[in-house]
Structure formats: structure tokens, C-alpha cells
Design a protein around this ligand. Structure first.
Ligand code: GDP
Length: 446
């Protein structure tokens, strides 16, 4: 009996207490899904709610029923292809995530789009772009989340913009949205440069029209979850899914985002070679947005306790910071006498798009950072947000230097492990006027 309960417990652990689905036939095709629990020593930051778990199982069933090449999918795609008007409400409705922007941004927007799909009973379909299939495993059993290459509007994705006639913001501006029209698809522009009309997406009233549209196609580079949390129509459901609102990305990220075997190889080999044996692992992500790469001088922080050995994992596009820190720990002894190993997996020089190994390394490095015990990431970097959100880590933020001056303090503690929404709307839907977003949050939620 004990043996059985032990193995049930082991299985539960492997599946993160039920967060992950158990229905995959072949563990070998995505090793990270089953092995990640061995590398995240602390497990999840807390237990997911039983409602979230049951909702995910329900979603998986829905995805299986509506995903690519199912009868319902084929039917709506056929209608899109023929340009026919949608007369009856379609059984399955979709959020199509269009591949856009840097990898950190893409990871955050995938989680945002998935949450929106969950809340609106839609199925998430992912445009594979040039490299998504090489980076992420399928998250849902017996079905694919990737959009097939014969999707009729594939070639239009690049051209979708605020000027497209199907752009919801433009439709609202032109008063082209009426109760009697049911568009077959709508393009949602939620990118950094979105305007006041695009931002009406975050208003309950404007959501009503979208409810009937079979295909919502979304281009975004923003972690827009914080604003969805403020929408009254989703409030109850969100409270049940995430009693602690700080865990949204942590849970959805760990549920959805599993490195493919190639990326997992990069993670595991590096971890085993440089990080596994240390008593404490420290992650430092240096993201320099300045056009001149530095390195600029930064202060060092002391930490309490005397670990026996410490491995510092540094990630950056350049090697300058790494070389300085590594040399300091070689040339001078530490106060406590401990040895500090400093490692940097790559220095790719500059952000490169559409290059498979470059993006695989970036994903592997975000993941490696998330496996550390103590982490400091650069402010304004979605690359860093992914690392601390997945790890569920309390972290320090390296403030962005202005005028090449080290900020004071240089790296304060972060308020939350949730990623930051870089471009929230400055708008009160009810009052229909610009407003300070802080006013919208009820005091009891603080
Ligand atoms: P953000 O610009 O910091 O918000 O992060 P993104 O991930 O969206 O875009 C930055 C891109 O630059 C990454 O996706 C990588 O391609 C590259 N990059 C930036 N920093 C690093 C790093 O430390 N390591 C690696 N391998 N790539 C990086």
C-alpha cells in the first residue's frame, strides 16, 4: 500500500500537484515537462487552487474538441476561406496569438492570451512563426496548439496593423461595430503603440461585441494580465482561479511553457556542469538597453549566511560584466573565504531574430536563471520577468542606469513576482475618461 501511495505522490510531484495534465502518451517527446520538478528544488511557490486545476482539465478537453483539424475547426476555417457571413454562433471560438517581438515578450503574451482564452471560453491557437515549434512543447494532450500552415489568413499576419479594416480599434473609431454585425474575425492590436480605441479592448462593454466573433487574432508585446484583473466581468472567475493574484504568470507559465528536448539539453547540460554542485545558486541578468554596451560600474551587495560554495550564473548579450565579476572573485578573497564560481553561458552580442540557436539559447538562459535560489534581473526586461516568474522567486531588480550613473539604491527588492505591464491603458471604462489606474483598484485588494 505504501509503495502505491509513494508512487502516486511521486507522480503528483512530477505533475506539479496536478497542475500539469497526465494524458500524454510519450514522455520522451517532451522531457522537460516531467523532469523540471527535479530542478526546481523549492517546487511551486504555493499550491494552485483546485478550481484552476479543474478549469485546466476542462480547457484541455475543449482544446481537443476544437483544436486544429477537428470538425469544428475545419468548419470555421472553411467559412473564413469562403468569406461567408457567420450566421449562426459557432460551437468553437478561438484566440489566435500571432508571433511577434522578442522571446521574453512572446512568452509573457502567450500566458496573457491563454488567460484571456480561459476567461472567454475560447481555444488558444499559436502562430508558429519561424521558431516557436523549436522552442516549446505541445502543452495540451492529444491535440496541437500550433496553427496549421494551410490556415487561410496566414499570409496576412504581417500586414495586420492599426490601419487594417478588421482592427477592432479602427472599427470602433469608425463606428463600424453594431449589434447586428458578426465579424468572422477581428484583429486586436495590443502592442506598445496601441491607441485609445485599441485600448477599449479592456472595457467590459466592448468585450460584449467580441463574444460572438469566432476568431480573435491578437498581436501583442505586452503582459496585459494586470489589466484583465481589473475587468469587473472576469472578477469572480479570477478570484476562484487565482486567490493570490501574484501567481498568475507563475502557474500559467509553468503549465504552458515546456522547453523542447533540444532546449532542455542546453538547460540540463549547463546546470549539471556549472550549477548543480553549488550550495547556493545566484542568478544575475544584465540587460543593457543603452546603445553603448558598457560595462558600467555597479556596487556589490553583501549577503548574509556563509554558504560553502556559490555559483553565480550571469546572462547578458555581452561578456564585459561577467569578466569583471569573475576576475574580482579570482583576484581577491571573499570576506567569508568561500569560493565563488562565475559563469556565463553565452554572449550573443546583439538581439537576433529568426535564428534558431540564438533563440534556443535565450530560452535556455531564462530557464536556467529561474532555477537559481537568489535572483537579480534588470528592470524593464521581459527576459528577466520570465525568469523570476517561472521560478516564483523573490528577487532584486537592477535599476536602469540613467546618464551612466549607478542608481541609488542600485538593486532594491521587487514588490511582486508578477511581470510588469509596460503600457497599461490610462483609461476608466465607466467614466469614459483618462484616469490614474491606481484609482481602479479597490482598497481591499491592496
Ligand atoms: P527584453 O528586450 O529584455 O524585454 O527581452 P526579449 O527576450 O523580449 O528580447 C531580447 C532578446 O535579446 C532575447 O529574446 C534574446 O534574443 C536577446 N537577449 C537579450 N539578453 C540576452 C541574454 O542574456 N542571453 C541571450 N542568449 N540572449 C539575450
Amino acid at each position: 500500500v505504501n509503495e502505491t501511495s509513494d508512487s502516486v505522490e511521486l507522480q503528483q510531484d512530477k505533475l506539479l500537484g496536478g497542475l500539469l495534465a497526465d494524458g500524454f502518451d510519450d514522455e520522451e517527446t517532451c522531457l522537460s515537462r516531467y523532469q523540471s520538478a527535479m530542478y526546481y528544488h523549492k517546487g511551486l511557490s504555493e499550491k494552485p487552487s483546485s478550481y484552476l486545476i479543474s478549469r485546466l482539465r476542462k480547457y484541455e478537453a475543449q482544446h481537443k474538441q476544437c483544436g486544429p483539424y477537428t470538425e469544428s475547426y475545419n468548419k470555421t476555417v472553411e467559412q473564413l476561406r469562403s468569406g461567408a457571413q457567420f450566421t449562426e454562433s459557432s460551437e468553437c471560438k478561438y484566440v489566435l496569438w500571432i508571433s511577434f517581438s522578442g522571446l521574453g515578450n512572446r512568452i509573457l503574451t502567450l500566458a496573457s492570451a491563454f488567460l484571456y482564452a480561459l476567461l472567454t471560453n475560447r481555444v488558444l491557437v499559436v502562430d508558429p512563426g519561424t521558431d516557436m515549434v523549436d522552442l516549446f512543447c505541445e502543452p495540451f494532450p492529444d491535440s496541437s496548439w500550433f496553427l496549421p500552415s494551410d490556415f487561410p489568413l496566414n499570409v496576412q499576419f504581417n500586414n495586420f496593423s492599426q490601419n487594417s479594416d478588421q482592427c477592432y480599434g479602427k472599427m470602433l473609431k469608425n463606428k463600424a461595430v453594431t449589434d447586428s454585425t458578426v465579424a468572422s474575425f477581428v484583429y486586436l492590436h495590443i502592442a506598445r503603440d496601441y491607441d485609445d480605441h485599441d485600448k477599449l479592448f479592456f472595457c467590459d462593454e466592448e468585450q460584449r461585441f467580441l463574444r460572438n466573433v469566432p476568431w480573435l487574432m491578437m498581436k501583442t508585446d505586452n503582459y496585459f494580465v494586470p489589466y484583465v484583473l481589473l475587468m469587473p466581468s472576469f472578477e469572480q472567475e479570477l478570484n476562484d482561479l487565482f486567490p493570490n493574484k501574484e501567481t498568475v504568470f507563475h502557474f500559467l507559465g509553468r503549465y504552458l511553457l515546456h522547453p523542447t528536448n533540444n532546449v532542455w539539453g542546453l538547460v540540463v547540460r549547463y546546470y549539471q556542469a556549472y550549477l548543480a554542485k553549488a550550495d547556493e545558486r545566484v542568478g544575475i541578468q544584465i540587460r543593457v538597453f543603452d546603445t553603448k554596451p558598457g560595462p558600467f560600474q555597479h556596487d556589490a551587495t553583501n549577503s548574509s549566511g556563509i554558504p560553502k560554495s556559490r555559483a553565480v550564473l550571469m546572462t547578458s548579450l555581452n561578456s564585459g560584466y561577467f569578466e569583471k565579476v569573475r576576475d574580482i572573485y579570482w583576484e581577491f578573497p571573499t570576506v567569508t573565504g568561500e569560493a565563488v564560481g562565475v559563469y556565463q553561458p553565452s554572449h550573443e552580442g546583439y538581439q537576433q531574430t529568426q535564428k534558431q540557436m540564438h533563440n534556443q539559447k535565450a530560452w535556455a538562459e531564462m530557464y536556467l536563471l529561474s532555477l537559481t535560489d537568489v535572483l537579480a534581473t534588470s528592470s524593464w526586461s521581459t527576459f528577466g520577468y520570465v525568469a523570476h516568474g517561472l521560478g516564483g522567486l523573490k528577487l532584486r531588480i537592477l535599476y536602469k542606469p540613467e546618464n551612466r550613473t549607478v542608481p541609488d539604491p542600485p538593486c532594491p527588492c521587487a514588490m511582486s513576482m508578477e511581470p510588469c505591464f509596460h503600457a497599461p491603458p490610462f483609461f476608466n471604462c465607466k467614466a469614459k475618461r483618462g484616469t490614474y489606474t491606481g484609482e481602479l483598484v479597490p482598497c481591499e485588494a491592496l
